[in-house]
Design a protein around this ligand. Structure first.
Ligand SMILES: *Cc1c(COP(=O)(O)O)cnc(C)c1O
Length: 381
């Protein structure tokens, strides 16, 4: 077989429905081609209705939402912010934007998210040094709920406010409640590869009305109430376009279906490939959590197979199938060299052994068989 024989299978491409075009069409017809308009209001209301959070602010990226959210929590120069090492760099970059420093925490092996034991270690260690972290970012990586009960209890005990990075976790739940609704601030991403997309976009959620108003002002250059352009505070140009919010409205209506499909894809890969020695899947759902299975991740066990993730990735590439290494831990990034890290063995091991497979909700069973067949080729028969 040659790679040209097939269309390329992507990791997680956009999957549009029938209604996005109507919202776009209406916006253009009504000349709402600006970072303000009815689609923005509607998109925010949709996210409030879905998450049960009182206020939502549509922004041009999830990164912008983390930036504004950390500023709401009071993060500033010289502060320390607790953050998992095993995440996308966008989780931690806004800490640096604000002149603060990340303190990295290792994962635990089941959910792959922030380890409550390492977190306690960090909090106690910092307390001994009379340092209180200004904020804690909890991430639900690959849509898998973190151990929220333990983490939120620690945050309360040590009086550290929580920002919930649910960029990958829209539609996932913990104790039956939507992720993104547990932190003082919640963050979603609608980037092109996420479970829902506006091509690029983000959302900040909070139950605090003052914070919502503040973030809204900061997102549009922090203009004072005056007839002329007067500014007392530092602002940004972070608002989402009313056009893209129209795509978001159409997408929100599809969320339940998209979660169902991604979960089916995970279960399909697992059922069809679990007989291969040394090949497993993860992360594992905690009893009280339900993942959206944004990406299906496999793990190779070097005690049972000599096949390495990079070898598998290149093999899939030769079949015109895109796959991707797991997130490289942030404590291993040159950008963050020398920063504090509590633990590290768990996420480093996951990074070494894992690979993300095509997981888009538009994949057909024929596509999935193509991926499974290509993977099987590497295993001795
Ligand atoms: C995608 C992502 C972000 C950032 O969202 P953007 O919309 O791409 O800025 C933040 N955190 C995590 C974990 C993500 O996967």
């Amino acid at each position: 077989m040659h790679s040209q024989d097939y269309d390329r299978l992507y990791l997680s491409p956009p999957h549009l429905g029938r209604h996005e075009i109507n919202y776009l069409h209406k916006a253009i017809e009504d000349n709402w081609v600006a970072p303000v308009g009815p689609n923005l209001d509607g998109f925010e209301q949709d996210v409030c209705a879905f998450t049960g959070v009182k206020h939502a602010l549509a922004l041009n990226s999830g990164t912008a939402a983390i930036h504004l959210g950390l500023r709401l929590l009071g993060v500033g120069p010289g502060d320390e912010v607790l953050c998992p090492s095993f995440t996308f760099v966008a989780t931690a970059n806004p800490i640096s934007y604000l002149g603060a420093t990340p303190v990295f925490i290792d994962s635990e092996a089941e959910t792959w998210n922030m380890c409550p034991e390492r977190l306690r270690e960090a909090l106690e260690d910092m307390r001994r040094r009379n340092r209180r972290p200004r904020a804690l970012i909890v991430v639900h990586l690959y849509g898998m709920p973190a151990r929220l009960r333990e983490i939120l209890a620690l945050a309360e005990e040590f009086e550290v406010p929580v920002l919930e990075d649910a960029a990958e976790a829209l539609g996932a739940t913990y104790e039956g409640r939507p992720l993104g609704s547990f932190g003082a601030v919640g963050v979603f991403s609608f980037n092109g590869n996420k479970i829902l997309t506006t091509s690029g976009g983000g959302m900040l959620t909070t139950n605090n009305a003052d914070w919502a108003a503040k973030a809204r002002a900061w997102a549009t250059q922090a203009r004072d109430e005056a007839p002329y352009y007067q500014h007392s505070e530092l602002g940004y140009n972070y608002r989402l376009s009313n056009l893209l919010a129209g795509i978001g409205r159409g997408q929100m209506g599809l969320l339940d279906d998209r979660v169902k499909k991604r979960r089916e894809i995970y279960a399909w890969y697992q059922a069809k490939l679990q007989d291969l020695p040394g090949l497993g899947f993860g992360p594992t759902e905690p009893a009280e959590g339900r993942s959206n299975r944004w990406l299906t991740c496999l793990l190779l066990d070097p005690t049972e197979t000599t096949i390495m993730p990079e070898q598998l990735r290149l093999h899939l590439e030769s079949h015109n199938i895109e796959s991707r290494p797991l997130w490289k831990p942030l404590h291993l990034q040159p950008l963050f060299a020398g920063l504090p890290m509590y633990g590290g063995a768990v996420c480093t091991d996951l990074f070494t052994r894992g690979l993300c497979l095509p997981s888009g909700s538009a994949l057909t069973e024929t596509d999935l068989y193509r991926v499974a067949r290509a993977i099987r080729e590497l295993w001795p028969t």
